[in-house]
Design a protein around this ligand. Structure first.
Ligand SMILES: Cc1cc2nc3c(=O)[nH]c(=O)nc-3n(C[C@H](O)[C@H](O)[C@H](O)COP(=O)(O)O)c2cc1C
Length: 335
């Protein structure tokens, strides 16, 4: 069975990619993911906040002067003694690249256009095969206009593209008035890949304790419907590779994303639930399904159920909605 695929111009042995999660936060975790069989791994994110903190610490050290070594040491801000996040990240990235024979993709997570994006070049120098930009941006300011939010995405992408030669993917939110147009803009601005979609941390309310509760739950397969619909719409309409993320639990979930047109299918929750070796179960299940359906290669099935080129997308979506609603009314009514 030929599971090979291309993502961001990289040749992958199969389309299953471990997305950023605590599993890719340690060398042991990354090794186990590679041993489990994934085609590539995305490191957990390095956050803009960590980079800004380190820059501030470095500036404080420089300001402190160094008339004598002992004196300079006494100026050290408290956090500077510990290994800062960015240095640890580069170190992990370098060791991961040396330890596994699959592409290691670094992940930068931020929302502003500032000097932090320059750090992408350090990730490239440390051996990242590509960079995934997770633009985790929830515009809480009700006066902020949608176009400004969209422009911010394009600016962050272009700033990073300007400093690296490796491919850059953008991990997007689904919360735009016109997600498709944002995807096309990023594609035109040079995104090598689009990762659909970010999952946001949505606070809950506990009515017993009268408190706001946080937490980042694992996903369920039903959540895959939204990213899958967008992948089906964008497949063949953008030059960028398409990566699916959210809601993979069974091999069938991987197959569905590929049929919709994804170049790779990412998974975090399933691997966190069942362990990195579960990648092998997903891949075996994918191969078994392909054999049962008569597919010899991933390339032969990708995008078979994407929205056909030349379709009036709006009419297509509306027709699907109306038909589904009519069927639901027949099934559940009368109230
Ligand atoms: C505990 C946890 C930590 C995560 N950390 C990151 C992260 O650092 N950067 C990132 O881009 N995504 C992060 N994600 C999101 C995942 O990469 C993935 O996009 C999301 O969970 C949806 O995929 P899934 O349904 O397979 O879990 C995290 C997810 C989980 C569950």
């Amino acid at each position: 069975m030929d599971l090979s695929t291309r993502y961001l111009g990289l040749e992958l042995r199969n389309p299953l990619v471990a997305s950023a999660s605590p599993l890719s936060n340690t060398l042991d975790g990354i090794r186990r993911l590679a041993d489990g069989g994934v085609g590539a791994v995305v490191l957990y994110s390095l956050f803009e906040e960590q980079l800004r903190r380190e820059a501030a610490e470095n500036a404080a050290l420089a300001d402190a002067g160094s008339e004598s070594f002992a004196e300079a040491l006494s100026y050290l801000p408290p956090a500077a003694g510990a290994e800062p996040g960015p240095r640890r990240y580069l170190n992990l990235l370098e060791r991961a690249v040396a330890a596994v024979d699959i592409p290691v993709i670094a992940s930068l997570n931020g929302v502003t256009t500032g000097g932090w994006t320059d750090y992408a070049s350090a990730l490239e120098a440390a051996g990242a095969a590509a960079i995934e930009l997770n633009i985790y941006y929830l515009p809480g300011d009700p006066l902020l206009r949608g176009r400004e939010v969209e422009d911010r995405h394009v600016e962050i992408l272009t700033t990073v593209k300007a400093v690296v030669n490796v491919p850059v993917a953008v991990k997007l939110s689904p919360y735009f008035s016109s997600t498709g147009e944002v995807a096309l803009r990023l594609d035109r601005a040079g995104a090598d890949g689009l990762v659909l979609f970010n999952r946001f941390l949505q606070p809950d309310i506990d009515p017993e304790t009268l408190t706001v509760t946080g937490g980042f739950g694992l996903s369920s397969p039903a959540e895959a419907r939204l990213p899958r619909a967008w992948i089906a719409l964008l497949a063949g309409r953008v030059r960028a590779s398409l990566a699916a993320t959210t809601g993979v639990e069974e091999p069938a979930d991987v197959a569905k994303y590929l049929l919709a047109g994804a170049d790779v299918v990412m998974t975090a929750s399933a691997l966190l639930r069942h362990g990195p070796a579960y990648a092998g179960v997903l891949l075996e299940g994918l191969s078994a399904w392909m054999a049962r359906k008569g597919f010899g290669a991933v390339a032969g099935l990708r995008g078979l159920l994407a929205v056909p080129a030349g379709t009036d997308e709006a009419a297509y979506e509306r027709a699907g909605y109306v038909t589904a609603l009519q069927a639901a009314n027949r099934g559940h009514g009368p109230w």
